[in-house]
Write a protein that binds this ligand. Sequence first.
Ligand code: FAD
Length: 511
Amino acid sequence: SAAQAGLYTTSDQIILLTSENVESVLVNSSVAMVVEFYASWCGHCIAFSPVYKSLARDIREWKPAVDLAAIDCAIEQNRGVCISYSIRGYPSIMLFPAYSKADSKGHSFKAFPRDVQGLRHMIIDELEANKEPWPPACPPLEPTIQAEIDSFFETNNVQHLAMIFEEVKSYIGREVTLDLLQFENIAVRRVLNTEEGLVTKLGVTEFPSCYLYYPGGNFTRLRVNIEARSFYSYALQRLPGVVRSGKPPPVTIDVLTNNTQEPWRPFNKSGVYMADLESTLHYSLRVEVAAYPVIKGKALISLKKYVAVLAKYFPGRPIVMNLLKSANSWVQNQTGDEISYEAFKEILDNSAQSPDAALPVGVRWVGCQGSQPHLRRYPCGVWTLFHVLTVQANNIKEVLSAMRNYVHIFFGCRPCAEHFENMAREIVTEVKTLSSAALWLWSRHNRVNNRLAGALSEDPNFPKIQWPSPEMCPACHTVKENGDHKWNQQQVLNFLLSHFSSSSILTDYLE
Ligand code: FAD
């Protein structure tokens, strides 16, 4: 399809424009649109595409105010669209203000930055340059003044007001305002260092710095490790009472008990539980693989790889390991073109009844429990299992390749499998730059988290974050010279190796 042929896919959080949808996306939209016109054969476009994808991830919280789109002008059917916007060179970028008319040409950028921060600042400048009409979902971005703050709580019904004190050339205040756009019970305003009344009243001496302001004039400084956009946004999104728009507020564990069929099992949110891993094995081998009564071809190859990796690296109890090893030697010994699931199941269920081999039947979720029966559980277990396996193996491709195959063939969530396959294709080219499979899987899981934050499948009690949080691993988070967030990958690797190590796995709730 056209979507697959170009430089972007639907999982990039970029709207894929075609001659069919261009009108509905660009004309009379309540959202300002940034559009990249490219040709899939053009080298500069190929070089720019990772930057545009990173930008899309970086500003995904801004979507209700400004969204990104791209159109492949190399596709025959799209030619008319690209000609009508007078596109002559690639890549070109145009911004269409909210409520653009059908004949609007947008604002084109002759030269535009080729880095995420530069593009982000350009977008903010453009939003501010097009005040009329302002995208309705976009909060005010101009600096606030004392008079507004004095009467703030008379006109705004929010719990928290965050004020970011900064110099006029800083974009942090506006970026954090947009980062919080989809969250309720909080407003963010930038305050310039020249706003003497407020600066003096709060005793502000550092720019940037962030203060929380409350009715009656109480205020406190927001504590962060580094005074930077990502640290402010992360902390503000997690203040008590702050929730994603349209989501019920998180409930306490006592209330959670009543929402699920089974009793709630108290657990440590930063622990990895063997009960989740065994539940995942049960579900994958006895439910997902069972969807193939006859296993052959790619499915057989995939099953062989999966069971081999489990037998080699699963850090299980001796009784489970014995079962996995016998299942593995059985599967690898099947030299025919196909096996029946029934035959495989006999091995799984240890029909020969050796006393020291078993895979517990049934699921018992602990760290993967959800506040509703349809949330978390098995997919959470799949991620956890493969993180654990990559850490045990720490071999660059073996586990990833088994996971890729497993997900591709057996994982029941088909759109998930498709999205994952889009990322897994890069394993060949991109894994070189990361020192291990564990880091690759961590970074791609964070991409999925980024895409799914706020989605229906998100459990409000377990919001999708860029993981691990600054609280879990302060050393993992740092900033680049330009102030943008940067992971300290060595620290992340150390954290993963310890978090998912066999000695950290908790054995509560095992049968
Ligand atoms: P999960 O994302 O399942 O994570 C489980 C646990 O892993 C977390 O609780 C945390 O402790 C830890 N963790 C979180 N992030 C990281 C990280 N970066 N590195 C290491 N550990 C981490 N759902 C969709 O709606 N659409 C999809 O396209 C989609 N694709 C998926 C693809 C795959 C391969 C898988 C396995 C799942 C996919 N899912 C998708 C499901 C989704 O990713 C979650 O698994 C599900 O929503 C449950 O979320 P959760 O809150 O339990 O956390």
